[in-house]
Design a protein around this ligand. Sequence first.
Ligand SMILES: Cc1ncc(COP(=O)(O)O)c(C=O)c1O
Length: 318
Amino acid sequence: MTRQGISGMALLPTPLTPAPRLATALGLTGPLWVKRDDLTGFAVAGNKARQLELLVEDARARGADVLVTGGTLGSNFVQAAAAAAAWAGLGCVLVLAGPPVPRSAHPNLAAATAWGAEVRFTDDLDRTTVDAQLPVVAAELTAAGCRPYVVPRGGASPVGAEGYRLAVDEVLAQLDGQAPVVVIAAGAGGTLAGLVAGNVALGRPLRIVGASVSRPPAEVSARVLELACQVADRRGEPRPVESDVELVDARGPGHGVASPAGDAAAALALRAAGLVLDPVYTAKALAALPAAAGGQPALFWHTGGLLDAIAGLMGGDG
Ligand SMILES: Cc1ncc(COP(=O)(O)O)c(C=O)c1O
């Protein structure tokens, strides 16, 4: 077991497992591996454990006493942030887009509340209202004598993204010279940005494709490139360029809405490999994998989303 941050929150490395039956079920001709970041070993954090480990470490190093972040009602990240803050001994204030709802409205909200976070609502479903509220909440907390540490939606800051820069060292050691096409869900983009930064730092051994589930690929790729360059700058490593960021449109009917292709991929993953995929991120990413891999050996990077998978099983309406 290794630890990438001094906080030692995530249990790393996560397994890299071959999935031959799933490869056949998906109609792939080459081998398929699954990187099990649904098993990062902290709360129900999935991919967000790698980011939050570094974020809470940074928050503590800066003397902060309360983590302030936000997202949508079903956000895995806010749930994971609440757990990380509790674990690190920090307070947590979450800003959610939309009108107030009871904690039972979504398992991620129920968990975040159970882990001690204070939840506020923007009264507007537009996700950018969260971005506008975060500094307002931070200023209010500062005025009340607290020391807030603000994290953007999805943990998509250079510090958070660095968690996935470090994950590239981990996966390359596991792949032992093999170079599959990596397919991973991209939302806010911090996860993909870290992978891109790591791939470039280590000489571009991999092709990495982000399955954009939240925004049009062109919008995400600019953000991913900017973040990846910030990660590289922090570490004094070579900066990625535009061609290092590859994204496909995996939104289907829209962000947060299950797609028929995703549902079909999730059913195959469960039956052929025992993998639980959520309808918002991982199912759509797996559905995009066969076309993205283009007949090459492939690696599906499982990013978690277990509570959203449960919400989907319960009817998808939270
Ligand atoms: C299960 C899951 N997979 C993938 C992602 C995408 O990560 P990012 O927002 O860093 O692009 C998220 C983000 O919330 C997620 O919850």
